[in-house]
Design a protein around this ligand. Structure first.
Ligand code: FAD
Ligand code: MLT
Ligand code: ZN
Length: 509
C-alpha cells in the first residue's frame, strides 16, 4: 500500500514549480582546485596571440575598466568549471552589455587572433565553458534584459545572459513558464541553455530547444551580427540557420538574443515519488504512466539507491520513503486538479495492485514537492562531496537504459571507487551515469573511457544526450557521429570561424 498518500485539494498556482533556488555561483572556488587542464590532458596550445597590455587597453576603452576583469583572484571562478573537473588560466574576463559590444570584441579578437571562450552561467558539465589555456572569457552575465513577453502568443524575447530562473519568474506574471527546467536554473543562462541545447526535467512534455527556440540573434567570429530573431511559430523560408547555433557550444558564434516559445503555466501540478524493486518494474511503470497519464504526464525520472544516498548521506536531505533499490518521480501538469489527481491515483492504485510499485507518496503541496524535487535536482551537488566525479550522460535504448551501471560495476570491481550509480531522464531514454572516487586518477579514467563510449555506441546510443561534447569528449564524437557528418561540421566551423578563435579545443576532434 502507499504509506504516505498525501493529497491536498488546494493548490497554490502562483508558486507551483518554484522549486530550485540553488545559487551555484556562491560556491567556494579556493578549495580543491583541479589540476590545470593543459597538464592533466597534455593539450598543445593553439597558435593564438598572447594577450598584451595593448589588447587589454582596447577592451578597457570599449567596456570601461569595471567590465574588464584582470585581477587573478577574481578571474579564478571563470577558469574553473562547476564540478571542478577542468581549469584554465585566463587573465582577462570581458563583460559586454550589448550586441554591439560583443560584435566589437569579436571583430578585434578575430583580427588579432585572440582565442575567446564564451561563458554563460558556467554550470556546463563537459568542460566547455572555461578556457583550456589563456583564452579571453566573454561572459554574458551583464546581458540580462528581458525585452518582451507576449501573453497571447507566449513568446518571450530576451538577451542571452538572462538567468533561467529569472525568466521563469517574469513569465509567471503572465501566466506562462519556461519550457525547460533544470537543477542549475538559479545560475544557468538562457544563452548557455541554447548553446548546449539543454534538456532538463520537462523535456518529455515540452520538447527540446530546437522546438521552443523561435529565433536567435548571433554574432559571428568576425563580429558580424546575424539577425535570426524571428518570433514566428511557422517560417519555412529557406534554411533554418538558428538550429546550427542550438547545441553548438559557442564554437560557431555567440548567441546574444533569444526568442522563446513558452507554454502556459499549469494550473494543476501533482508529484509522485515511488519506491520499486527492479529496473524491470521501472519499465512497466514508465509504459503505464505514458498510457494512463498521457497528456498530463510532464516528468518521468528515475534514481537508483546508491544515487539517492548522495542526497541523504552527503547532503543530509530526508527521503519520504524507506529504502528501495530504485525510485521514480512522476509529475503531472494539467488544468484541472481534481481530474489530474483522479488519473494519478487510479494509475498508482493499479500499479500497486499489480505490484509494480512497492511504496510511494503523492503530493501537490508546494513545500513537499520542493522537498521531493530536491532529492532529484541536488544529485549533481551531492556527488561532488564524494570527491572527483567521472560523469557520463548517454542515451540508450529504453530496455538497456540501466544496463550500463551493472556493466561498469563489473568492469571496475577491483578499482578504488566511492560509488558507481545511475539516475536520469527515464522518459527521454537519457541516463546520467557516474563513477565517483576520492580523487582524479588517470588509471580509472583509462578503465572507464573509451569503454563507456564503446558500450553506448554498440547499442546505437548517443555518447552525449544533453550536456554536449565540450572539452571532455571531442575525441569520442565519432562513436555517435559518422565521418561524413564530422566532415560537414568541420567545414561549417571553417566557414563561420576561419581562424578558429571561438571556443578552441572544444566539440570538434
Ligand atoms: P555555460 O556552462 O556557461 O556554457 C555552456 C556552453 O555553452 C559552453 O561551451 C559555452 O562556451 C557555451 N555558451 C554559453 N553561453 C553562450 C552564448 N551566449 N553564446 C554561445 N555560446 C555560449 N543540463 C541539461 O541539459 N539538463 C539538466 O537537467 C541539467 N541539470 C544540471 C543541474 C546542475 C546542478 C548543473 C550544475 C548542471 C546541469 N546541467 C543540465 C548542465 C548545464 O546547466 C547546462 O548545460 C546549461 O544549459 C548550461 O548553461 P550555462 O549558462 O551555465 O552555460
Ligand atoms: C541532471 O539531470 O541532474 C543534470 O543533467 C545534471 C547532471 O547530470 O549532473
Ligand atoms: Zn540531466
Amino acid at each position: 500500500m502507499l504509506t504516505q498518500m498525501i493529497i491536498r485539494k488546494l493548490f497554490n498556482l502562483r508558486n507551483a514549480n518554484k522549486r530550485n533556488n540553488l545559487k551555484l555561483s556562491q560556491r567556494c572556488f579556493s578549495s580543491h582546485l583541479p589540476e590545470l587542464t593543459k597538464n592533466r590532458y597534455s593539450v598543445k596550445r593553439g597558435n593564438y596571440a598572447v594577450l598584451t597590455e595593448d589588447h587589454k587597453q582596447f577592451f578597457i576603452d570599449l567596456l570601461g575598466s569595471t567590465r574588464v576583469i584582470t585581477n587573478p583572484d577574481e578571474c579564478l571562478s571563470y577558469n574553473v568549471d562547476w564540478i571542478k573537473n577542468v581549469r584554465g588560466y585566463s587573465t582577462c574576463i570581458l563583460k559586454p552589455k550589448t550586441t554591439e559590444e560583443v560584435s566589437n570584441i569579436l571583430a578585434f579578437c578575430n583580427d588579432n587572433r585572440i582565442a575567446v571562450c564564451p561563458q554563460g552561467g558556467n554550470t556546463g558539465l563537459v568542460g566547455g565553458s572555461v578556457p583550456v589555456f589563456d583564452e579571453v572569457v566573454l561572459s554574458t552575465s551583464l546581458m540580462n534584459k528581458i525585452y518582451s513577453i507576449n501573453d497571447t502568443s507566449g513568446v518571450l524575447v530576451c538577451q542571452s545572459g538572462c538567468i533561467l530562473e529569472n525568466i521563469d519568474n517574469a513569465l509567471e506574471e503572465h501566466g506562462l513558464m519556461a519550457p525547460l527546467d533544470l537543477g542549475a536554473k538559479g545560475s544557468c543562462h538562457i544563452g548557455g541553455n541554447v548553446s548546449t541545447n539543454a534538456g532538463g526535467l520537462r523535456l518529455l512534455r515540452y520538447g527540446n530547444l530546437h522546438g521552443s527556440v523561435l529565433g536567435l540573434e548571433v554574432v559571428k567570429a568576425d563580429g558580424e551580427v546575424i539577425d535570426l530573431l524571428s518570433t514566428l511559430k511557422k517560417d519555412n523560408t529557406g534554411f533554418h540557420l538558428k538550429h546550427l547555433f542550438i547545441g553548438s557550444e559557442g564554437t560557431l558564434g555567440i548567441v546574444t538574443k533569444v526568442a522563446l516559445q513558452c507554454p502556459p503555466k499549469p494550473r494543476a501540478v501533482n508529484l509522485a515519488f515511488l519506491g520499486l524493486q527492479s529496473f524491470e518494474h521501472i519499465l512497466r511503470t514508465l509504459k503505464r504512466a505514458k498510457q494512463e497519464l498521457a497528456e498530463i504526464l510532464s516528468s518521468c525520472e528515475m534514481i537508483d539507491a546508491s544515487t539517492l544516498d548522495v542526497c541523504t548521506d552527503n547532503l543530509k536531505l530526508k527521503s519520504p520513503l524507506s529504502q528501495y533499490p530504485f525510485y521514480m518521480l512522476i509529475e503531472t501538469h494539467g488544468s484541472n486538479n481534481e481530474h489530474d489527481q483522479e488519473k494519478l491515483n487510479k494509475f498508482l492504485e493499479d500499479a500497486i495492485a499489480e505490484e509494480y510499485i512497492l511504496d510511494g507518496t503523492t503530493t501537490n503541496e508546494i513545500n513537499k514537492m520542493k522537498h521531493i524535487w530536491d532529492l532529484r535536482e541536488r544529485i549533481t551537488e551531492g556527488y561532488t562531496k564524494d570527491g572527483y566525479v567521472f560523469k557520463y550522460d548517454v542515451s540508450l535504448p529504453i530496455e538497456k537504459f540501466y544496463s550500463i551501471v551493472p556493466a561498469m560495476r563489473e568492469k571496475l570491481a577491483n578499482e578504488d571507487t566511492v560509488r558507481i550509480s545511475g539516475y536520469g531522464h527515464l522518459g527521454d531514454g537519457n541516463i546520467h551515469f557516474q563513477v565517483s572516487a576520492r580523487e582524479f586518477s588517470q588509471q580509472l579514467l583509462k578503465k572507464i573511457e573509451p569503454y563507456v563510449y564503446e558500450y553506448t555506441s554498440d547499442l546505437r546510443g548517443s555518447i552525449s544526450a544533453e550536456h554536449g561534447i565540450g572539452f571532455r569528449k571531442p575525441k569520442y564524437i565519432h562513436y555517435s557521429k559518422s565521418s561524413g557528418s564530422i566532415k560537414i561540421m568541420k567545414q561549417l566551423k571553417t566557414m563561420f570561424d576561419p581562424y578558429g578563435i571561438l571556443n578552441p579545443y572544444k566539440v570538434l576532434p
